[in-house]
Write a protein that binds this ligand. Structure first.
Ligand code: FES
Length: 348
């Protein structure tokens, strides 16, 4: 027996099998639907149940409050369908649909940003246009490593024609080492876009950006998209690295942020002995999350975008939650290095 899941107010209607979760059915049908943990913990997939025979599975009260439940809000990842079902999106921006594309691209340029981060810029030759939201990522596959695609966030704005990625070279990483050897004109296959940690552009409150290492890529895309749109949100940007040699993109970040509607930018080095040479602005020392904690007592009305190493993303999420930010306002991407050749390598 096939069951239908319809999204009220949209043309979207998909088939599901009894017992499928709403999220699984939508994703299997290629419908873009915001999600993150897929385990009932984050609340990203909240939607309103308009009608249907469903079974709600256990979830975290942080993801779905008693108040939510009283309003028939459900978690798409924790709601099984057992009959035809109608849901309604809560916030138009939580629900983005960019067509999935496979692009044939060529290398427009490749250069070094730090001792271990490369900037790769790609021209789209076929398969476009590539529509995405700032903060999303794509999967890149290179001719020297067929079948070993790696995920990288777009550092460029959605309206730019050249795609930019920041690639961290991993010790012993065969793919990232191969990327360093790319030449202008070499072919690259790009598929996407993916990811739910994208800019919610209807939000008018303060925006907190926290980046570690090559996590600056999606943060750069988000802040430059905000600036290009003329949005007036105060932006508080934090970029963390271990030492001075890990810092890149600082001038551009400061130019996009400082002096703009009460916004500020901070570079935070975790090694207090590591400041050296000329740089584009002041330095703070310690963990980037400690700098954020020192600057804010609460995050009322904020949305946060966090990208970088998993430990930093986890620490930032814990901090923001402990200071009152709802999980649904924390949009985080942890960049896990590839564990094995066949495993997608989310490095930026
Ligand atoms: Fe459903 Fe996190 S994706 S609660």
């Amino acid at each position: 027996m096939s069951i239908s899941i319809r999204i009220d107010g949209t043309p979207v209607e998909v088939d599901a099998e009894p017992g499928d979760t709403i999220l699984d059915a939508l994703l299997m049908a290629g419908v873009g639907f915001a999600y993150s943990c897929q385990a009932g913990n984050c609340g990203t997939c909240r939607c309103e149940l308009v009608d249907g025979d469903v079974l709600e599975l256990e979830c975290s009260e942080h993801a779905l409050s008693a108040e939510d439940q009283a309003r028939d809000i459900v978690l798409a990842c924790r709601t099984q369908v057992w009959g035809d079902t109608v849901i309604r999106k809560l916030d138009a921006e939580e629900f983005i649909v960019h067509p999935s594309r496979i692009l044939r691209c060529t290398v427009a340029s490749i250069d070094r940003l730090t001792h271990d981060i490369l900037r790769l810029r790609l021209d789209i030759r076929a398969g476009g246009p590539f529509s995405f939201s700032a903060g999303q990522y794509a999967s890149l596959e290179f001719p020297f490593a067929p079948g070993r695609a790696r995920d990288y966030s777009m550092a460029s704005r959605p309206d730019e024609t050249v795609l930019e990625f920041h690639i961290r070279e991993l010790p012993g990483g065969v793919v990232s080492a191969g990327i360093a050897g790319l030449q202008i004109g070499d072919a690259v296959r790009v598929s996407g876009p993916f990811g739910t940690s994208y800019l919610r552009s209807a939000h008018e409150g303060p925006v907190l950006l926290i980046a570690g290492g090559s996590g600056l890529a999606p943060i750069r895309s988000i802040v430059s998209t905000l600036r290009a749109s003329g949005a007036r949100n105060p932006v508080h940007a934090y970029f963390g690295g271990r030492a001075e040699r890990d810092v890149y993109g600082e001038s551009g970040l400061r130019a996009q942020v400082e002096g703009f509607h009460g916004s500020d930018a901070h570079v935070v080095l975790s090694d207090p002995d590591a400041a050296s040479g000329e740089h584009a602005g002041p330095r703070r020392f310690g963990l980037v999350t400690d700098a954020v904690a020192a600057d804010f007592d609460d995050f009322d009305g904020f949305k946060a975008y966090v990208a970088g190493p998993p430990a930093m993303v986890e620490a930032a999420t814990r901090l923001l939650e402990s200071r009152g930010m709802a999980l649904r306002d924390i949009h985080a991407d942890a960049f896990h290095p590839a564990a094995a050749p066949a495993t997608p390598e989310v490095t930026t």
